[in-house]
Design a protein around this ligand. Structure first.
Ligand code: TAP
Length: 450
């Protein structure tokens, strides 16, 4: 069976990709298990060197990978280039890990006690379509560094950059079978990662609904699992903030990647005394977002990934929706949706559910307690921003918001050197940061009588 890949900017067919069967998935997992045994025996310095070579190969292919992502996912070229560079950076960062997977020597009576961080074996990584290559690298780079093999299933709509990364790994000298990309259906390939006992851990990024299903499946084998799921993050703007900056950056906190971002600040909470002024400033900022051809260097926002997804986003903005104002989007072929600002009720569907599109809801709030209460009135807890000139309040509110990644006077969520992940229904476990390789190891304790 094959799957047609469509360019989201014009609806044209890019290519077709053959979907793998259960038998092919099992065969890939078996190959990975063989490769992993050899890889774990490679000297740490040599593993580090090979990962650095992989990083260098990605560096040499940044333009190529970015061009593929523009066609496959509709990402603006500048953003796609950043994503490819990020994959290189993640690989470089974790290439240091093989030589730093320290154990401990623990004082005990009667002998010497030491711990070792042993690789798990084969790790299955399942990725979504919104940031295909970056999210893939958060799984495969630390897993490989810790001595594991990786089988990766990309989302059906966006497999092309991951498939190219697997080729680059081979070209860079990683052993055959160690990092394999297996395109196919979630219900076939992804599901098999859960049921095949040779896979010792599943790293899943995607919807909360599928994440729950995967966790239940992994429970049957006590299989390790990391989940990065949905979000409905709050951007809290206090009246003492630099309102000009808060308003000018708010569109980029939610409309980046056309809002198809689990960290999208899709609820803007503004202190009531500053609400009117903030909205006056936000309108030109939203209308100024340059939406159009993703291959154009000046484009800031591209199309949505697929027609099916466009229809879902549209369902959040019915004809009687409380639209405050809108930006612009091209007409014609492609899956376009203009940046849209709503002022809905706090209990409306748009205010509660993850839209995963360029739609943001703005709400006034009365005081700090009200802002924290409403920010936390969500099943999700992934990201969030706080805008204030009072840094004590910034830290106080950041500590009170039930979310994994907060920023004060900024919308940044992701840095390869800092941990990333969600509270509540936004996930389980953390990716990135210095500890990520540990999540791909078991701690073994050895006592030697002396
Ligand atoms: P999903 O529909 O959950 O799909 C994610 C991946 O899981 C895809 O590769 C999908 O394959 C696969 N899958 C589907 N059913 C499966 C099953 N039964 N067993 C195993 N794998 C299965 O999510 P999506 O629509 O691609 O992505 C959007 C969601 O991802 C949003 O909720 C978003 O917030 C979340 N997300 C979270 C983060 C972080 S880091 N927290 C980052 C990005 C996205 P197919 O392509 O074949 O369906």
């Amino acid at each position: 069976m094959s799957h047609t890949i469509v360019n989201p900017a014009d609806g044209a067919v890019v290519t077709t990709v053959t979907a793998s069967s259960i038998e092919e998935t099992d065969a890939a997992i078996a190959r990975a298990a063989v490769a992993q045994r050899d890889w774990a025996a490679v000297a740490p310095s040599d593993r580090a060197r090979r990962l650095r070579r992989f990083a260098a190969a990605v560096d040499g292919a940044v333009e190529e990978l970015a061009a593929i992502e523009v066609r496959n996912s509709g990402h603006p070229i500048g953003q796609a280039r950043w994503e490819a560079g990020h994959v290189r950076d993640v690989l470089e960062y974790y290439s240091a890990a093989p030589e730093r997977l320290f154990g401990r020597q623990i004082p005990v009576a009667g002998g010497l006690d030491v711990t070792f961080q042993e690789p798990l074996g084969v790790v299955g990584v399942i990725t979504p379509w919104n940031f295909p290559m970056t999210i893939a690298s958060w799984g495969f780079a630390p897993a490989l560094a810790a001595g594991n093999a990786v089988v990766l299933k990309p989302a059906e709509w966006t497999p092309l950059t991951s498939m190219r990364l697997a080729e680059l790994a081979l070209e860079a000298g990683l052993p055959e079978g160690l990092f394999q990309v297996i395109p196919g259906k979630g219900s076939v390939v992804g599901e098999r990662f859960v049921t095949n006992e040779t896979v010792r851990k599943v790293v899943f990024t995607g919807s909360t609904e599928v994440g729950r299903h995967i966790m239940a499946g992994c429970a049957a084998q006590v299989k390790r699992v990391t989940l990065e799921l949905g979000g409905k993050s709050a951007n809290i703007v206090f009246a003492d903030a630099d309102l000009e900056r808060a308003a000018a950056t708010a569109p980029y906190g939610v409309f980046e990647n056309a809002g198809q971002d689990c960290c999208a600040r899709s609820r803007i909470l503004v202190e009531r005394s500053a609400y009117e002024r903030f909205m006056e400033l936000l309108e030109p900022a939203v209308q100024g977002v340059k939406v159009g051809d993703p291959a154009d260097e000046t484009t800031e926002m591209g199309p949505l990934v697929a027609r099916q997804h466009l229809e879902r986003v549209r369902s959040f903005v019915p004809d009687d929706a409380d639209v405050a104002f809108r930006g612009t989007a091209p007409a014609g072929p492609g899956f376009w949706f203009a940046p849209t600002v709503l002022t809905p009720a706090r209990d409306s569907r748009a205010a509660r559910e993850e839209i995963f599109g360029p739609v943001v809801s703005v709400f006034p709030f009365d005081d700090e307690g009200d802002a924290i209460g409403f920010a936390n009135a969500s099943e999700y807890g992934l990201s969030g921003s706080i805008w204030t000139r009072d840094l004590s309040r910034g830290v106080r509110v950041a500590r009170a918001v039930e979310s994994g990644n907060l920023s004060v006077n900024s919308h940044s969520s992701v840095r390869y050197a800092t941990p990333f992940g969600g509270f509540k229904q936004s996930g389980l476990g953390r990716e990135l940061g210095p500890d990520a390789p540990l999540a791909f190891t078991e701690t073994k304790n050895v006592f030697i009588a002396v």
